[in-house]
Design a protein around this ligand. Structure first.
Ligand SMILES: Nc1ncnc2c1ncn2[C@@H]1O[C@H](COP(=O)(O)OP(=O)(O)OP(=O)(O)O)[C@@H](O)[C@H]1O
Length: 630
C-alpha cells in the first residue's frame, strides 16, 4: 500500500508558480524584472498618497545627500589635520569642517526621524491598497474561478506572500535610495582623489551583488521546488488538527498516522532547506572572498599611489575613510537590492493574481435577461469542470416552462447539481447554449441573472451572522417582516430560532464570543428559509431536506409546494417519494438525460426511474423490488 495518505506525492511546480522563463530563472532576466517590482510598489504608493510618496522620496534623497555631505566634511577635517604646519594651527583650521560634520550628523538624525514618520504613514496605506486590490479582484471573480485549484493557490500566494513582499519592498526601496546616494558619494569622493581607486571599490561591490543575487535565486528555486510539498503539509496539518475532521480522526484512530505523514513531509522539506542553506552559505563565502580581494586591491592601489607619491598622505586618510563609508553603504545597498530582488518574485505572483483575476472577473454588463423567464431552453449543453478529465454534462437538451416543478434524479455523480448550476447561469456551459426566453446566458448580465435565482444548497453556507441575518441575507435589499416570518415558518427555521439562547439575534458562529453552532439539519433549515425569503423567479433546491427529520421534511415540502406554485422550480433529490407530484422528472445518467416525463409516464416505461423507485419503495415495504419487465 502507498505510504501517501493525503493527496498525491506530486512535486511538480504548479502552473501558477511558473514564470514566463520557467523555474530556472536566469539572473539577467530576473534582474530585468526588478524594475517592474519597483514600479508596482511605486504605483501603489502613488495611488494611496502622491504627497507622502513624494515626501518619502525627498527625505530619503535628502538623508543620502546629508550623509555624503558629512563624508566630504570629514575628509576636510582629515585634510586639515594631516596638513604640514604646527599642530595647534591645524586643529584650529579643522574646526569649521568639524562643525559641518556635527551639523550634518544632527540634520541626519532629524531626517532619519522624518523618514521613519513618513514611512510609518505610507507603509500601512500601501499594504491596505494592495490588500484591497486582491480582495476586490477575488470578490469580483466568476464562480467557476473558485473551482480551479491553480487559481485558488495563486490567490493564496499572491494575496499573502505577494502583499507581504510589497510591504517590505517599500522599506528596501527606501534603503536602496539613501544607501545608493551615499555609495555614489563615496565612489565620487574616492574617484576624485584618484581615478584608480573607484574601480577597485566597484569590484568589491560587484562581487557582493553577485553573491547576494545568486543566493536569492537559490532560495527562490527552493521555494518553487517545495511549494507543492508545503501545500500538502498545510493540508495534512488541517486534516490532523482541524475541528471538521476531529470526530472521524478520533473515531478512526488516525491521529498517529496523520502525525507520521506530517513528519514525513516536514522531514523532506528540512532536508531540502538544509541543502539550500549550505549552498547559499557557500555562495556567500565566495562572494565575501571576492569582495575581500576587491577590498585588498583597493588598499593595494592606495599603497601604490602613496609609494609613487601620486597621492599625499593627508588625502590617503580621506580616501581610507571614504572607502570605509563606501563599503558600509555598499553592504546596505546590496542587502536592499538583494531583498528587493527576492521580493520581486513574490510581487510577480501578486501582479499575476491581479491580471488573472481581472481576466476571470464576472461580467458586469450584458444583455438584459427576463426577470421571470417564461421558458428556459438548454440546447446540446456540455459542461466540464476546470481541470476535469471528463464532462459532467454531455449534450443536454431540456426545456423548462415558467411555474413548472422539474425534479432531477439519478445516481451520485450523474450531473444533477451541475445541471442546476448551468441552468441558472451560475456556471457557463462549456458548449451548447442556455437561453432564458431566447436570451443566451453566455451574453447576459450575470448580476441580473443571479438576481432572478434562489439556490437552496445541500450544504448551505454557514454565514457567521446573526440567525435573523442568515435569513435576511437571502435578499438584503428586501425589507419585508411578513415575508421573513413566512419563510421562517415554512422552512421550520422558527423552531431553530426559538431554541437559540439569544433568539434571532444569536450569532451563528463559534468563532465569536457568545456565538452558537447549529446541527446539520438546523443549518439546512436556515438555508431553506434564506432561499424562500429570496423569493426569486427560478428556484433550485438541491437535496434541500437531506439532513432533516421526517417531520421537518414533510413540513418543508408542504412549504415548498406553496412557495413553488408561483415559481419555476428545479428540485434535486434522491428521495423519490417527494417528487411524485412534480410536473416532470428528468433522469440523468453520466451527464446525459436518459428519461423524462411524469411519475406515471416513467413508471410505465419501466426503465431507469422505475428501477430506482421500486428499490426505494421495496425498502419501505420491507420486500424485494418489483421486476423491471413483468
Ligand atoms: N468541483 C468539481 N470539480 C471537478 N469535478 C466535479 C466537481 N463537482 C462535481 N464534479 C464531477 O462532476 C460530475 C457531476 O457531479 P454533480 O455534483 O453534478 O453530481 P450529482 O448528480 O449532483 O451527484 P450527487 O447525487 O452525489 O449529489 C461528477 O463526476 C463529479 O465528480
Amino acid at each position: 500500500m502507498s505510504s501517501v495518505l493525503i493527496g498525491v506525492e506530486n512535486v511538480a511546480t504548479p502552473k501558477w508558480a511558473r514564470r514566463r522563463g520557467g523555474v530556472s530563472v536566469s539572473l539577467g532576466k530576473a534582474l530585468r524584472s526588478l524594475p517592474a517590482a519597483v514600479v508596482a510598489v511605486g504605483r501603489l504608493a502613488w495611488a494611496t498618497s502622491p504627497r507622502l510618496t513624494v515626501l518619502a522620496g525627498a527625505v530619503h534623497v535628502a538623508s543620502g545627500c546629508v550623509t555624503a555631505f558629512g563624508l566630504l566634511a570629514t575628509a576636510d577635517v582629515f585634510t586639515a589635520l594631516l596638513r604640514d604646519g604646527p599642530t595647534p594651527d591645524r586643529v584650529v583650521q579643522a574646526l569649521p569642517a568639524l562643525a559641518v560634520v556635527v551639523g550634518s550628523l544632527v540634520v541626519r538624525a532629524l531626517l532619519d526621524t522624518a523618514v521613519a514618520a513618513v514611512e510609518s504613514s505610507l507603509r500601512p496605506r500601501v499594504t491596505r491598497a494592495a490588500n484591497d486590490e486582491v480582495t476586490a479582484v477575488l470578490v469580483r471573480a466568476e464562480l467557476l474561478a473558485f473551482e480551479d485549484a491553480d487559481f485558488r493557490e495563486l490567490a493564496r500566494q499572491g494575496g499573502r506572500r505577494g502583499v507581504r513582499s510589497l510591504e517590505s519592498s517599500l522599506r528596501y526601496l527606501a534603503d536602496l535610495l539613501s544607501g545608493g546616494i551615499s555609495l555614489v558619494a563615496a565612489v565620487v569622493t574616492v574617484g576624485l582623489l584618484h581615478p584608480w581607486l573607484a574601480p577597485a571599490l566597484l569590484l568589491a561591490a560587484l562581487a557582493n551583488a553577485w553573491a547576494a543575487a545568486r543566493a536569492s535565486k537559490l532560495r527562490y528555486e527552493h521555494f518553487l521546488g517545495s511549494v507543492t510539498r508545503n501545500t500538502r503539509k498545510g493540508v495534512v496539518e488541517e486534516v490532523a488538527t482541524d475541528r471538521d475532521f476531529a470526530l472521524e480522526r478520533h473515531a478512526l484512530a488516525l491521529q498517529e498516522r496523520l502525525l507520521a505523514e506530517h513528519r514525513r513531509i516536514a522531514d523532506s522539506l528540512v532536508v531540502d532547506e538544509v541543502r539550500v542553506a549550505h549552498r547559499t552559505n557557500l555562495v556567500r563565502l565566495v562572494g565575501r572572498a571576492l569582495a575581500g580581494v576587491g577590498t585588498g586591491v583597493a588598499y593595494l592601489v592606495l599603497l601604490l599611489l602613496l609609494h609613487t607619491g601620486e597621492l599625499e598622505l593627508a588625502l590617503a586618510a580621506t580616501a581610507v575613510l571614504a572607502m570605509r563609508t563606501g563599503f558600509s553603504s555598499l553592504a546596505g545597498t546590496t542587502r536592499a537590492v538583494n531583498s528587493l530582488y527576492e521580493d520581486s518574485f513574490y510581487i510577480d505572483f501578486y501582479k499575476k493574481l491581479l491580471v488573472e483575476g481581472a481576466e476571470r472577473a464576472q461580467a458586469r454588463s450584458g444583455a438584459r435577461p427576463p426577470a421571470d423567464p417564461g421558458r428556459i431552453t438548454l440546447e446540446d449543453v456540455s459542461f466540464t469542470y476546470p481541470g476535469g478529465k471528463k464532462p459532467a454534462l454531455r449534450g443536454v437538451d431540456l426545456t423548462v416552462e415558467r411555474g413548472e416543478v422539474v425534479a432531477l434524479v439519478g445516481e451520485n455523480g450523474s450531473g444533477k447539481t451541475t445541471l442546476g448550476k448551468v441552468l441558472t447561469g451560475l456556471y457557463p456551459a462549456t458548449s451548447g447554449s442556455v437561453r432564458w426566453d431566447g436570451v443566451d446566458l453566455a451574453e447576459a448580465d450575470p448580476g441580473l441573472v443571479h438576481s432572478s435565482i434562489a439556490v437552496i444548497a445541500q450544504n448551505p453556507a454557514q454565514w457567521p451572522m446573526t440567525a435573523r441575518h442568515n435569513v435576511l441575507v437571502g435578499r438584503l435589499e428586501r425589507d419585508d417582516e411578513d415575508a421573513y416570518r413566512d419563510a421562517v415558518a415554512r422552512s421550520g427555521a422558527d423552531e431553530v430560532l426559538a431554541s437559540l439562547p439569544g433568539g434571532p439575534d444569536t450569532v451563528l458562529s463559534r468563532r465569536f464570543n457568545d456565538g452558537q453552532d447549529l446541527s446539520g439539519g438546523q443549518w439546512q433549515r436556515m438555508g431553506i428559509a434564506r432561499g424562500m425569503y429570496r423569493d426569486a423567479a427560478v428556484l433550485v433546491a438541491d437535496e434541500p431536506t437531506a439532513a432533516l427529520d421526517a417531520k421537518a421534511e414533510a413540513r418543508v415540502f408542504e412549504g415548498l409546494r406553496e412557495a413553488t406554485a408561483r415559481r419555476t422550480t428545479i428540485l434535486v433529490t434522491h428521495r423519490l417519494a417527494n417528487i411524485r407530484n412534480a410536473d416532470r422528472i428528468v433522469v440523468l445518467d453520466e451527464g446525459r438525460i436518459v428519461e423524462q416525463g411524469t411519475h406515471a409516464e416513467l413508471m410505465s416505461l419501466r426503465g431507469h426511474y422505475f428501477e430506482l423507485f421500486e428499490l426505494q419503495a421495496a425498502a419501505y415495504r420491507g420486500g424485494l423490488p418489483a421486476p423491471a419487465n413483468e
